[in-house]
Write a protein that binds this ligand. Sequence first.
Ligand SMILES: Cc1cc2nc3c(=O)[nH]c(=O)nc-3n(C[C@H](O)[C@H](O)[C@H](O)COP(=O)(O)OP(=O)(O)OC[C@H]3O[C@@H](n4cnc5c(N)ncnc54)[C@H](O)[C@@H]3O)c2cc1C
Length: 486
Amino acid sequence: MKSIVIGAGFGGIAAALRLRAKKHDVTIIEKHNDLGGRARVFKKNGFTFDAGPTVITAPHLINELFELFNKNPKDYIDITPLNTWYRFIFDDGMKFDYSGNEELMKEQIEKIYKADVKGYENLVKFTKRIFDKGFTELADMPFDKPFFMMKQLPALLNLKSYKSVYTLVSSYVKNEKLRRIFSMHPLLVGGNPFTTTSIYGLILYLEKKWGIHYSMGGTGNIIKGLEKLMNEVGVEIIKNSEVNKIILEKNKITGVQINNQTNINANNVICNADPPAVYEKLLNENNNSSFLFKWKKKRMEYSMGLFVYYFGTKKKYENVEHHTIKFGNKYKEHLIDIFDKKKLNNDISYYLHRPSATDQSMAPDGNDCFYVLVPVPNNQSKINWDTEGEKMKNLVIDKMEQDLMPNLKANIISDFYLTPDYFEKELNTKYGSGFSIQPKFTQSAYFRFHNKSEIYDGLYFVGAGTHPGAGVPGVLSSAKVLDKIL
Ligand SMILES: Cc1cc2nc3c(=O)[nH]c(=O)nc-3n(C[C@H](O)[C@H](O)[C@H](O)COP(=O)(O)OP(=O)(O)OC[C@H]3O[C@@H](n4cnc5c(N)ncnc54)[C@H](O)[C@@H]3O)c2cc1C
């Protein structure tokens, strides 16, 4: 059985390995000359910048890929738990250290608003119920049949999946700051907490169950370990090659064409590339699809874009945690501007990553390595990032100087940034969205792009745009779905 995987992000690599373990003859084709997709690595002036995922959750899903071949993950990767998971900071200077230490969590909640301690306990209990259903039971199940979806509906309604994460959290916790903290998880997978289905409240519990981890040497070292494994077990890796066409005979996939010249035949093609872009650009503008599918695709809403500024400093900022999330004052308005109005807002919220807080190998001695991520509108906005990019960079530096890193500008010795244009042009995602389509109820499970194409025989999807969705645990789970259907 010959299977081709298009794209070597976490989802594509996991699919290639899972199919190889089932004795398929597997080739993985990646546009770039390095693997990882959103999880690739940039090196500059002695700094190692992980481009994307930094918060590693559910590490067993990574370990499983090595164990499929009776290999010890520890021989390839080094994943270590963090004590403080996120430090949240607010405009008034208030800080909250979020961790798996329940005593410390409750102590801090009590100081902010005593009555919310009980609400927090009940919220955690409720998210366990969502987790048991949404993750344990359904994350790696194929949602390609309407009957299967209908069977889940009573349980999903019982779990209040018609509510948003923010509304769910607000029904347990009354203080606005705490509401923001406990409802921020959709932002990690491309959703607005005010509109994302409360099923994604499961992330709160998932973090508590398995902790938050860091990959020593950076997330890139996980990709490196997985590449080594693919080479050892006989997955063919073709880099620097873009698939420009998926070849069809009637409705059956027969192979792919790369770089506008070479055809490779296959029984199955598994796309880790963004599903809407695949249907539009690699499959003849989607002409074969039904009216219903065209409508489904047309009404899809896309996740936000990301502005990511990578920088190294000549001094160390020991006061800055490994992961910091700063909420802007007009948080909700900011999110409405990004997701709905598709415009920039100066009152930004941001996520700051400082891997050298845990791992000095990411920066030269005495230096610090960072990236700061600002959610911005995706390219439906038509923002000209050639002019806005520099302004956004200066804005976020100013904010970080005010909030927690005095004199930052003068201390930066290496930097660059990525905008939604990078996601659109380099990673081939529709509208340059950071996380493919949004995780709304009407775009989840059966309503998302199916893992087994609803249009073509022999075509499959893994990665952020298909079930269960974005984030490393999500895309690794999508490869487990594939295991069940191919
Ligand atoms: C800045 C940032 C921070 C994040 N932080 C976290 C985090 O802390 N924790 C977490 O769990 N998740 C995080 N995420 C989300 C997570 O990184 C992604 O959801 C996940 O890595 C996406 O993986 P994927 O399998 O969908 O593939 P992608 O990483 O999207 O890779 C797809 C690959 O396909 C290739 N490709 C596309 N088209 C073609 C073609 N035609 N031919 C050949 N190759 C092609 C692309 O080059 C790319 O390599 C973050 C994402 C970003 C962007």
